[in-house]
Design a protein around this ligand. Structure first.
Ligand SMILES: C[S@@+](CC[C@H](N)C(=O)[O-])C[C@H]1O[C@@H](n2cnc3c(N)ncnc32)[C@H](O)[C@@H]1O
Ligand SMILES: O=C(O)C(=O)C[C@]1(C(=O)O)C=C[C@@H](O)C=C1
Length: 242
């Protein structure tokens, strides 16, 4: 049983930048479940889409895998032969725990865990690629290059799934929708102090795009079609097809 997220519950005098370190890795399942509306739905749909889109003798990539929630949903959905899963994260604390989670269940689909920067990792023969709440942590000027590399490493008919926090163009709806997210956090037991300290630590670390920016970037990277398949408040998930 993993820990409850109380990382921001006491006043912190020197609030540093948010990092995916040991402390965060230890409470991550609780943190993401209580912070991201629709997270469980997204994980189960990643499994469902993997079942539909994985191709025999191809690779499946989970980029920014954290503890492997999406990796495991993908692995459970594999039915075709010759499939290898590659899960990548640059946080050693996350990957250590991810390996334990993977080892706890038997599966015939092999998973390679790589402790690397996803901007550096080679992508090839990919039928399904997942960026589940990871692209938002990549410097904005590197995002198109990353998506272009992914596109070039994908098989024809391959699927990219990108889940993100968004912002909205119009101030009135931006305020309304982000307030709904704050109410979701409050309803999940986060105090005003926890909410505001985490928000400050995520400033300039988690940098959101609009849904339109995501779609434009998919087109610029070469994808023939993309669509938002899920949205709850300012969080959602898109698919792009090669
Ligand atoms: C919000 S978490 C992802 C959650 C996970 N995909 C899931 O479905 O549970 C973001 C992850 O991306 C990783 N990350 C951020 N920037 C990265 C980079 N440049 N290369 C590799 N991993 C990165 C972080 O270490 C963190 O584990
Ligand atoms: O925006 C927030 O308030 C969040 O907590 C979001 C978010 C995310 O989207 O990744 C940020 C960090 C943690 O990984 C969990 C959730």
């Amino acid at each position: 049983m993993q820990g409850k997220d109380t990382l921001f519950s006491k006043p912190i005098t020197q609030l540093g930048e948010f990092r995916f370190d040991e402390q965060v890795a230890e409470v991550f399942p609780d943190m993401i479940q209580r912070s991201v509306p629709g997270y469980s739905n997204i994980i189960s749909t990643i499994g469902h889409l993997t079942g539909q889109f994985h191709q025999a003798n191809s690779k499946l990539y989970d980029l920014g895998c954290s503890l492997g929630a999406a990796t495991m949903a993908m692995r459970r959905a594999v039915t075709k032969p010759g499939v290898e899963i590659v899960a990548v994260d640059n946080s050693a604390a996350m990957l250590e725990r991810c390996q334990k989670h993977l080892d706890a269940f038997r599966s015939s689909a092999p998973v390679s865990l790589l402790c690397e920067d996803i901007c550096e990792v080679e992508i090839n023969q990919a039928s399904v690629v997942v960026l589940n709440f990871t692209l938002q942590f990549i410097a904005q000027e590197q995002r198109l290059a990353l998506l272009t590399k992914i596109y070039q490493g994908m098989c024809p008919g391959g699927l990219l799934i990108v889940s993100e926090k968004f912002h909205f163009e119009q101030t009135s709806t931006q305020n309304l929708i982000s307030e709904l997210h704050l109410d979701f956090k409050r309803a999940n037991g986060y105090s005003e102090l926890e909410i505001s300290q985490k928000r400050s630590s995520l400033d300039n670390v988690l940098v959101t795009d609009t849904i339109a920016q995501h779609k434009q970037r998919f087109a610029d990277a070469g994808f023939s079609a993309s669509e938002l398949w899920f949205q709850c408040f300012n969080f959602g998930s898109l698919v792009a097809i090669k």
